[in-house]
Design a protein around this ligand. Sequence first.
Ligand SMILES: Cc1cc2nc3c(=O)[nH]c(=O)nc-3n(C[C@H](O)[C@H](O)[C@H](O)COP(=O)(O)O)c2cc1C
Length: 207
Amino acid sequence: MKKILSIFIVLIVLIAATGCVGVNGGQNTVNGVDKNTVQSNNDDKHRVLVAVFSATGNTRQIADSAAGILNADLYVIVPEDPYTEEDISYSTESRSYREQHDPAARPAIKGSGPNMDKYDTVLIGYPIWYDNAPRIISTFVESRDFDGKTVAAFCTSDSSGIEASAEYLHKLLPKSVTMLDSRRFPAGASEDDIRGWLKGIGLTGGE
Ligand SMILES: Cc1cc2nc3c(=O)[nH]c(=O)nc-3n(C[C@H](O)[C@H](O)[C@H](O)COP(=O)(O)O)c2cc1C
């Protein structure tokens, strides 16, 4: 009896440990973003990817909620050369200022990234930097195959809207892409707001 009980306890511990690995797919870095991993919640029916770059965590929070609501995969875009506080300071000398004012800047992304064949819809999230998407988003958009996909952008910002950056991304993407309504959120937006946007663009989870 004692032996059966011990086997049962070992089994429970094993199941719990496996579950933990699946849920916590990444660790925070100084930039407030996860390592370059795709956290998969999908089964074969789910074809939505939420891709996000976030320097200080605000946009990441929206991405986490959206991926949770949709039961979608989450891909965190991690720079090969991480942004330091100095890099994102409001100074004409800073790295972010230089990159944002150089249309050809394409900061490298760490790792190989997601297999785009798995998805038909991609939500791309980023903070607004100098009224546009960070150039690393251009790197992502140009280095992946978006042919025929449906795309929507979302961002966080202090006050700027998403229109200019969404238009910019639309131009970088292939003509075969269908753009859905993009949305700007304030930092800490409620799950209801995020759900409302997703519903408005026809995504409700379980697709
Ligand atoms: C380099 C830099 C430039 C920014 N430019 C703008 C801007 O043009 N308009 C705006 O409303 N907010 C701007 N912000 C504020 C960020 O968009 C805002 O804090 C955002 O929520 C940060 O998201 P994150 O935590 O995901 O990085 C800027 C922030 C940084 C670091």
